[in-house]
Design a protein around this ligand. Structure first.
Ligand code: NAD
Length: 483
């Protein structure tokens, strides 16, 4: 069993009061590691170290910080398999997914921001008698708070631009998935990143997370997590005038038009619904199908879903592993019960999986991918974020109806449209109130583009120049001509 520590001011340390929490393997209930159960005094140490380090880091030339990102990318790449194994163990996701998505994207995040920054030109505005130079300084110390579904993928998506722009960091990963944040801290330590530039404080949200939100020396908060927690983050940080980026929950629609390529639409809808057991904020958990093809689509979709291979996270063949914990499994199952109460019909799934299996994976948080039909698109199951392998399937007649149904939730994160007519798809996309809509694809990401939610799915944008903007203060220097 591992005993993880905080990483503060360039040293691995226990929580001040020595308390710990257990990190549980969702596939078998066994303890993988203990982590410090830190408190606000540990946050204080991290914030002091970060504040001390930040001015030196901010003064480091941008070209050197870019080289740092490239060095970090190379070092993480050399640990690709270690990262994938740790992520699969911690989250219960299939190892193939952890390799393809989590480990690869964590490396790419550092590499992307390095190359993107190299392409940037100084912004100037010429006047008749003066020149204006737009200058970007680091915000100062930033607090980065991240969830359990894509642990290092999402943490590195914040760490890379934060370091690039000259900030020092106090990071808090989810207490349920601390392993890869620890690998990142070890890597930065091995590379001798200046002490205090990156600090990692493990523990619970209401203890460590809240401590970060409230700390007066932490100037900006980048938070990814649930909408309910986002409300607490905003309520705490806004009166302190901290800069805030909130990436929150979603209830995304997959809209299948009657001219869509059937096989492409089925494959896309399955991937959108069940990648990471439906535990991606962008997952298409509501499928809206045009009436003329509904019967054919539903049959093909259910057939594809029921043939997905559920298996142990470490099994190379697994397409569906566990959900994050037994507690979360219970929550997801409560929505399946609710679907029955709301008048729904289960077309496939709805039950635990791997339950009869002997061996170390017995009693894991496995749930068969579940498709529910017959519910109103306004039902709770079709409007609340379940964040598990459960989709509801609905029928519409007109495109206007599709728009109304897609927009009938408090969320506005993402969605996809499947059609043979890309112009029609693009026009329909413009009527959907979400931060991103994919046409004939899903989770197809260009890291230069704006990423973020509307309505209750978030505030602000990440990606390319938006991340660079968030993690900096933009100032103007106006130099008058002297002649
Ligand atoms: P969560 O909100 O429970 O936790 C997220 C992080 O916040 C964790 O590190 C947690 O410890 C911390 N936290 C909890 N209470 C806190 C408090 N009072 N103060 C400060 N920090 C606190 O979310 P989760 O269950 O870990 O993740 C799932 C959610 O994240 C889903 O709603 C999903 O849609 C969302 N998500 C959104 C995006 C996006 O980009 N929009 C990406 C991934 C996940």
């Amino acid at each position: 069993m591992l005993h993880l520590k905080n990483y503060i001011d360039g040293a691995f340390v226990e929580a001040h009061d020595g308390q710990t929490l257990e990190d549980i393997n969702p596939a078998n209930g066994q303890v993988i590691a203990t982590i410090p159960r830190s408190k606000s005094s540990d946050v204080e140490s991290a914030a002091v170290a970060a504040k001390k380090a930040q001015s030196g880091w901010n003064a480091t030339p941008m070209a050197e910080r870019i080289t740092w990102l490239e060095t970090i990318a190379d070092a993480l790449e050399s640990k690709h398999e270690q990262i994938a194994q740790a992520e699969s163990l911690d989250t219960g996701k299939p190892i193939s997914l952890a390799r393809r998505v989590d480990a690869s994207r964590s490396v790419e995040n550092f590499r992307f921001f390095a190359s993107f920054a190299r392409e940037q030109k100084e912004m100037t505005f010429e006047m008749k008698d003066a020149m204006n130079y737009v200058h970007r300084n680091g915000l100062g110390v930033v607090g980065l708070i991240t969830p359990w579904n894509l642990p290092l993928y999402l943490l590195s998506w914040k760490v890379a631009p934060a370091l690039l722009m000259g900030n020092a960091i106090v990071a808090k990963p989810s207490e349920m998935t601390p392993l890869t944040a620890n690998i990142l801290a070890e890597t930065l330590d091995e590379l001798n990143l200046p002490s205090g530039v990156f600090n990692l404080v493990h523990g619970l949200g209401p203890e460590v997370g809240q401590g970060i939100l409230e700390h007066p020396s932490i100037n900006g908060i980048s938070f990814t997590g649930g909408t309910a927690t986002g409300r607490i983050v905003a309520a705490t940080a806004a009166p302190m005038f901290k800069k805030l980026s909130l990436e929150l929950g979603g209830k995304n629609a997959t809209i299948v038009l009657d001219d869509a390529d059937m096989q492409q639409a089925v494959d896309g809808a399955v991937r959108a619904a069940f990648t990471n057991s439906g535990q991606v904020c962008l997952c298409g958990s509501r499928i809206l199908v045009q009436a003329r093809i509904a019967e054919e689509f539903n049959a093909a979709f259910v057939k594809a879903v029921s043939s997905m291979k559920i298996g142990a996270p470490g099994d190379e063949e697994s397409q569906i592993g566990t959900v994050i914990s037994m507690e979360h499994l219970n929550k997801v199952e409560s929505y399946i019960d609710l679907a029955m109460e709301e008048g729904g019909t289960i077309l496939t799934g709805g039950t635990r999986a791997m339950t009869g299996r002997l061996g170390p994976d017995h009693n894991g948080a496995y749930l068969a991918p579940t498709v529910v039909a017959g519910l109103s698109h306004l039902s709770r199951c079709a409007t609340e974020e379940i964040f598990g392998p459960v989709v509801t399937i609905h029928t519409f007649e007109t495109l206007q109806e599709a728009t109304e149904m897609a927009n009938a939730t408090e969320y506005g994160l993402a969605g996809s449209i499947w059609t043979a007519d890309t112009a029609k798809g693009k026009a329909l996309a413009q009527t959907i109130d979400t931060g991103i809509v994919w046409v004939n694809t899903w989770l197809h990401r260009d890291l230069r583009t704006p990423f973020g939610g509307v309505k209750n799915s978030g505030v602000g944008r990440e990606g390319g120049q938006w991340s660079m903007g968030f993690f900096s203060e933009t100032t103007n220097i106006c130099v008058k001509d002297q002649n």
